[in-house]
Design a protein around this ligand. Structure first.
Ligand code: NAD
Length: 487
């Protein structure tokens, strides 16, 4: 049973520069995970809604591509200023629909703004190369041109930031865009797009629709969609990649993760424990960069686990909007039950619970679960294998760094990892040999900044060009070589 409150709203689509409230669509609900309160009703786009948004985006593309890039980014400069002005409001919406703490939400909005800042540099980033006299009297240059309509499909865990990995770069390059954010957290991206509207974006350049699989599949099959950016779980990333690529679309599909944190005996234990707590339990473990497997090497286990268990027990769990709370609820009731199911499975399969999050389920209607640590987990156990996407840390002890490298490289995922050590040699060896896309050295959450690329390897990523940074410019443009001779 979902309680409602007076602030309940109906979320609209944004198509061709107008807010549309479609009637008679299947709808879903958006809830506050800290209270179980209904926040909004969400219409799910059907095929005709998707077609309408894509056709609008296509019509806008025919004009937007010819707007000089220096003028295109003026809109983004104004957007950045509005995002900064409304940062506290956006962060509050984010906490309300996602559950993350106020500090995490503020940090996420800041990261989103950085994406826009980097996209504002598109006049320099889009530049090609030129060389005169490649043959007698012949000059050669490369230029980058936009693709057309691009689509973005995003997950629930970073509703302010992940859409901004996509559309600021895409539209700065001269494309137009259709965004389908997660149906669990549509309010933050909707508010951000309201600010982009206020910044003066021409109609149709960015369009927003809501929904689930139906809307996604309609985008993947639409002939006018030229490129698809996806971030979400591995099974859906694979589906998006295979479906869209089979139709000749350009695709980048970022998937799930099972990230290992390696701790050498020579690590600075108090600082390492701080980093592990942030990595494993920050954002309630609902991060693709979350450390979910802790790998103490040799003698590291004893001092590390004593301190870690003590700190984990003291972690303040509660409503993320309250001061002092370090970990909020999980995003939904279903997801909370799923994570709890993994804890049950861990116990049933013989892992040793050092901290059991089920003991800290808060009273009330929120989707709370405390942080959990299991010792003596093996890669064959369900909790050692699956992405749990919650505050559950599995400890897999190994004897040597070589064992740690073998363990990490056997994982089907390769999103992120970290090594904690005071040995430059061990750090170098690990960083160079692990088959993982993003590596931290004494950094628990190795999140690349907006001007670097972001993505994992193996089953954590399907495609070629990663998110944001220079890869985004390459992804959202087609390169052309022009050779000229004048008689
Ligand atoms: P999800 O895969 O359930 O949903 C992601 C998006 O896909 C949503 O917009 C959803 O509506 C849509 N979708 C869901 N099922 C679909 C289907 N069967 N067909 C077509 N579309 C579908 O992911 P989530 O639960 O929202 O987010 C958590 C996942 O995202 C985790 O696996 C996490 O690791 C991953 N993630 C990865 C990164 C990264 O950079 N690799 C970043 C953030 C999140």
């Amino acid at each position: 049973m979902i309680a409602t409150d007076a602030t309940i709203s109906f979320v609209s689509f944004y198509v061709n520069g107008s807010w549309e409230r479609p009637e008679g669509r299947t709808s879903g609900s958006v809830t506050n995970p800290a209270t179980g309160t209904l926040l909004a009703e969400l219409p799910y786009a059907d095929e005709s809604d998707v077609d309408n948004a894509v056709r609008g985006a296509h019509a806008a593309f025919l004009k937007w591509r010819d707007v000089p890039v220096v003028d295109r980014v003026q809109v983004l400069y104004r957007f950045k200023a509005l995002l900064e002005k409304h940062a506290a409001e956006l962060a509050a919406i984010l906490t309300r629909e996602n559950g993350k703490t106020a500090a995490d939400a503020k940090g996420e909005v800041h990261r989103a703004v950085q994406m826009v800042e980097v996209a504002c540099g598109m006049p320099s980033l889009m530049m090609g190369d030129a060389l005169n006299d490649v043959a007698a009297g012949i000059d050669c240059k490369t230029i980058r041109q936009p693709l057309g309509v691009c689509a973005g499909i995003t997950p629930f865990n970073f509703p302010a930031m992940v859409p901004m990995w996509m559309y600021p770069f895409a539209i700065a390059c001269g494309n137009t865009f259709v965004l389908k954010p997660s149906e669990k957290v549509p309010l933050t991206p909707t508010r951000a797009i309201g600010l982009l509207h206020d910044a003066g974006l021409p109609p149709g350049v960015l369009n927003l629709i809501h929904g689930g699989k139906g809307a996604v599949d309609a985008l993947l099959h639409h002939p006018l969609v030229k490129a698809v950016s996806f971030v979400g779980s591995t099974p859906v990333a694979r589906h998006v990649y295979t479906t869209a690529a089979a139709q000749g679309k350009r695709v980048q599909a970022l998937g799930g993760a099972k990230n290992h944190l390696i701790v050498m005996p020579d690590a600075d234990m108090p600082k390492t424990v701080d980093a592990i707590i942030g990595s494993a339990f920050g954002g309630a473990g609902e991060r693709c960069l979350a450390g979910s497997v802790l790998v103490p090497v040799g003698e590291a286990a004893g001092p590390l686990l004593d301190l870690l268990v003590q700190r984990t027990r003291a972690l303040a769990v509660g409503d993320g909007s309250q001061q002092g709370v370090e970990m909020g609820p999980l995003v939904s009731s279903d997801h909370c039950q799923r994570v709890e199911g993994y804890i049950q499975k861990g116990v049933a399969e013989g892992a040793t619970p050092l901290v059991d999050g089920r003991e800290r389920k808060a009273a009330g209607n929120g989707y709370f679960l405390g942080p959990t640590i299991f010792d003596h987990v093996t890669p064959e156990m369900t909790i050692g294998r699956d992405e749990i996407f919650g505050p559950v840390l599995s400890v897999m002890r190994v004897n040597t760094l070589e064992d740690a490298i073998q363990l990490v490289n056997r994982s089907p995922y390769g999103n992120a990892t970290a090594i904690f050590t005071s040995s430059g040699k061990a750090a170098r060896e690990y960083s160079s040999r692990c088959e993982v896309g993003m590596v931290g050295v004494n950094v628990g959450v190795a999140a690349p900044m907006a001007f670097f690329p972001f993505a994992g390897w193996k089953h954590s990523f399907f495609g070629d060009l990663h998110a944001h940074g220079k890869d985004a410019v390459a992804f959202y443009t087609e390169q052309k070589v022009i050779m000229s001779r004048w008689f």
